[in-house]
Ligand binder design. Sequence first.
Ligand SMILES: CC(C)(COP(=O)(O)OP(=O)(O)OC[C@H]1O[C@@H](n2cnc3c(N)ncnc32)[C@H](O)[C@@H]1OP(=O)(O)O)[C@@H](O)C(=O)NCCC(=O)NCCS
Length: 172
Amino acid sequence: MSIPQLETKRLRLRGFVAADIDAIASIYADPEVARFITMDGVPQSRLNAWKSMTNMMGHWALRGFGMWAVELKATQELIGFMGPHFPETWPGQEIGWAVARAHWGRGYATEGVRASLDYAFQTLRWPKVIHIINPANTRSISVAEKIGSTKQDVWTMGERELLIYGQSNPSA
Ligand SMILES: CC(C)(COP(=O)(O)OP(=O)(O)OC[C@H]1O[C@@H](n2cnc3c(N)ncnc32)[C@H](O)[C@@H]1OP(=O)(O)O)[C@@H](O)C(=O)NCCC(=O)NCCS
C-alpha cells in the first residue's frame, strides 16, 4: 500500500524502508527508550528491532493506518517513530511515539505528535485518541499534556499498571 506522508516545520513522517534498520535498532537498543516501549522493558536485539519495524509496516497493511518513521527534513536523519496504533487487545485507538535520545529536548516529539493527532481526528475521523503511558515516564506525560490530553484511566497489562491519557475529537 502507499503510505501517506505528513510534513511539519522540521519533520517528515513517512513509511519505513529496509535501510531504516540501523536507526531503529539503535533506538530499541537504548535502555532509556526500551524501558518504556517494549513488553519486557529491556534493550532489544537487532532482530527484535527489525520485527518491530515490520510490525509497524504490517499494521498499515492490516488497519489502513499505522506509525510513521520520523526524519529531520534538514538532514533526512531518522530520529524516531510515531502515529496511530491500534493492535488487537488494545484498550483504544492510540497515538504513540518514540524519539532517539540524542534528539530529546528539542520539541520534535510534540511537533510530530500534534501532526499525528490532526491526522487521526481529521483524516481517520477517530472520535477519541488514547496514549498508554508508564507512570514513571514523565517526558511522555508532558508530551501528552502539551497536545491537550488528560489522564482518563488506568490499564493493567500483565503485571504493569499503566496510565491512559487521551482526548476526544473536537469535530466529532
Ligand atoms: C517521550 C519522548 C518522545 C519525549 O521527548 P522530548 O524530546 O522530551 O519531548 P518534546 O519533543 O516535547 O520536547 C520537549 C522539550 O524540548 C524543548 N524544546 C527545545 N526546542 C523546542 C522547540 N522548538 N519546540 C518545542 N520544544 C522545544 C522543550 O523546552 C522541552 O524541554 P524539556 O526537556 O525541558 O522538557 C522521549 O522521551 C522518548 O522517546 N522516550 C522513550 C520512548 C517513550 O517513552 N515513548 C512513549 C511511550 S508512552
